[in-house]
Design a protein around this ligand. Structure first.
Ligand code: AGP
Length: 364
């Protein structure tokens, strides 16, 4: 595919900078202020069916799996339905119990990923209801699903997914709000989330203005052999995705861990040569996250924090604007897309086409 590069050196850079507009598109026409909810035309799920769901299982691969992890948390928080995400590539090989009261959701940018499509087909054979959260309109997964949400990120050319990840997390916020409002989520909370959603495009623009700072940071970390990414609960999938981004595009080894698990093993790795990127949202886990930073500092580990306020224990903090707690994960990974991009650039990598990778993996 070839689309206008609009003055950007790579599609990755272009697509990172398209995110405010992309998020605007996924929201457009869907918010209903009168009932403090959202309308998702293609869902094919009436209120009675929505109230009957007992569990949600989200399936995707790679970045889409990480977006699904964030989605599962949003659904559990806002709709109070137990929800989890699992790699689609593993799901069908463990003879899973397919349950009629579970809502299955397949997530895919391309809508053509074989492992996801095969999981959808397997689920349908077993009589399950499957929704798609997909970017490419009319793609195989979109056609196979019983309904779903298009994420409207626009064409994504870079092999490494950025804007589609962000839009997918927003699509999940819409779904969580919708399911919540057909169940027990209050009008007040509905309004609160809607206000938060409306702030996103502007906040993304604000984050991207810090590019020069992130570029300098990236250059200072580019010689690292390995990096650790940590976060807790809402921050953990953000850490997972940021670590995937870095390794895909810069080839630096990166590993993500829940900060709470550090003392159960990875703390042994901490030394000046292993930098840690920490996701530190201003939510009820702030103090616990700070304690983790302290433990790393005590072992002379370098720390780059992505946070809502300056973190004393960190060597550097990238400040991200605060949204509602539930929506924070949508924003916190964005500066780390820039970190991955500028690290790869400093190392002279083939950013839009990393070695060994394909945009959509249509074989098993
Ligand atoms: C994204 O940066 C990756 N290249 C990859 O993990 C991708 O997300 C995965 O292959 C799934 O693709 P899909 O969303 O098109 O199904």
């Amino acid at each position: 595919a070839s689309y206008d590069m609009g003055g950007h050196d790579t599609y990755m850079h272009k697509e990172i900078h398209e995110q405010a507009d992309a998020v605007d598109r996924v929201l457009r026409g869907r918010i209903d202020d009168r009932f403090s909810t959202v309308h998702l035309g293609g869902l094919n799920l009436d209120a009675r069916e929505a109230r009957r769901i007992r569990r949600v299982k989200i399936l995707g691969c790679g970045t889409s799996y990480h977006a699904g992890m964030i989605g599962a948390q949003m659904i559990e928080e806002l709709a109070r339905i137990p929800a989890d995400a699992e790699p689609a590539s593993e799901f069908r090989y463990r003879n899973p119990v397919v349950d009629p009261d579970t809502l299955y959701i397949a997530v895919s940018q391309s809508g053509e990923t074989y492992d996801v499509l095969a999981a959808v087909q397997e689920l349908k054979r077993k009589g399950a209801r499957v929704l798609g959260v997909v970017n490419v309109v009319g793609s195989a997964i979109a056609r196979e699903a019983d309904g779903g949400i298009y994420v409207h990120a626009g064409p994504e050319v870079c092999v490494v997914s950025t804007k589609c990840f962000t839009n997918t997390t927003v699509a999940f916020a819409l779904l969580a709000l919708h399911l919540g409002r057909t169940r027990d989520l209050s009008v007040r909370d509905g309004k609160r989330i809607i206000e938060g959603l409306r702030k996103l495009p502007e906040q993304i623009t604000e984050i991207l203005k810090q590019e020069e700072t992130v570029k300098e940071l990236a250059e200072s970390y580019a010689d690292a052999r390995s990096m650790l990414f940590i976060g807790r609960v809402r921050g953990y999938p953000v850490a997972r995705e940021a670590s995937l981004k870095l390794k895909e595009v810069s080839y630096i080894h990166a590993e993500a861990y829940p900060a709470s698990e550090l003392k159960h093993g990875p703390l042994a790795l901490i030394e000046p040569a292993l930098p840690t990127v920490a996701i530190v949202p201003d939510d009820d886990l702030l103090e616990k996250n700070r304690a983790a930073l302290e433990e790393i500092k005590a072992r002379e580990g370098k720390i780059l924090a992505v946070a809502h306020q300056h973190q004393e224990k960190a060597d550097q903090t990238i400040i991200v604007p605060k949204n509602e707690d539930e929506l924070d994960p949508i924003l916190m990974g964005i500066p780390l897309q820039l970190l991955a991009y500028h690290t790869a650039k400093a190392l002279g990598r083939d950013i839009d086409k990393p070695r060994n990778l394909a945009k959509s993996v249509t074989v098993e």
